[in-house]
Design a protein around this ligand. Structure first.
Ligand SMILES: *Cc1c(COP(=O)(O)O)cnc(C)c1O
Length: 226
């Protein structure tokens, strides 16, 4: 039996939850951008969401995005694509050409490669610095205590740093991580916060998220078996 995918209904439901969380936050006037995370899902589902009015999408792998998005971007010029996963320096050229926002700037070597490539392509993309708020050894991101210096380094390199991004440890209560990210952003003069996924985006919005990255609640469960 094939699962029915109703893009408009899913989008309306997520949007209603975003608006209600926003209304209950300290800054209800703040804009919240929904980044629809389309990893593992086909271009047909992305297109259904585009038809329903969604324009911002997120992918975590350059290669997968390259297979799916060039044709979609030609057909839908308003489409904005965010890279939300780890970026290898040997993929920086492709990433800068394809993506519109890089949310996963997580180490000095990558920051240098991105700055150089953006100059080369004359595409100065907005960037988020990824912070490893849980200080997990296996997770990408700058340690909280190193973030101020890294943001300064990125700015010196000429990167257009607009905000911070985090992925809290799956087993933790996310609120302290979101609050920590907001605090680090504020002291660095950064206004954008990418935090919150399907399971916790309302909490993230209450704590100041300007970008929520939502996959499952929009697209349904991911199938990694294929
Ligand atoms: C997959 C992914 C998401 C979306 O997760 P869901 O739980 O499906 O909403 C968000 N952020 C990042 C970095 C991801 O890789």
């Amino acid at each position: 039996m094939t699962e029915v995918f109703d893009a408009a209904a899913n989008l309306a439901a997520v949007d209603a939850r975003i608006q209600s969380a926003r209304a209950g936050s300290a800054r209800p006037e703040r804009k919240v951008t929904l980044v629809a995370v389309s990893k593992t899902h086909g271009a047909d589902k992305v297109e259904a969401l585009l038809r329903a009015g969604q324009t911002v999408f997120g992918e975590n792998r350059v290669q997968e995005a390259q297979a799916k998005f060039p044709a979609l971007k030609t057909a839908w010029p308003q489409l904005e694509l965010h890279l939300i996963g780890p970026l290898q320096t040997n993929k920086v050229k492709e990433a800068v050409a394809l993506f519109d926002v890089i949310q996963s700037v997580d180490r000095p070597k990558l920051a240098r490669a991105l700055a150089e490539e953006m100059r080369k392509q004359n595409r100065i993309l907005p960037c988020f610095v990824q912070v490893n708020t849980g200080e997990e050894a296996q997770k990408a991101g700058i340690a909280p205590q190193d973030t101020d210096a890294f943001v300064a380094e990125c700015r010196t390199l000429g990167l257009n740093v607009v905000g911070l991004m985090c992925i809290p440890p799956a087993e933790d209560e996310p609120s302290p991580h979101f609050a920590l990210l907001a605090k680090i952003a504020a002291r660095n003069g950064l206004t954008q916060l990418s935090m919150g996924m399907s399971g916790d985006f309302e909490t993230a919005i209450r704590l100041g998220a300007t970008h929520v990255r939502v996959g499952t609640a929009l697209f349904g469960a991911r199938d990694y078996s294929g």
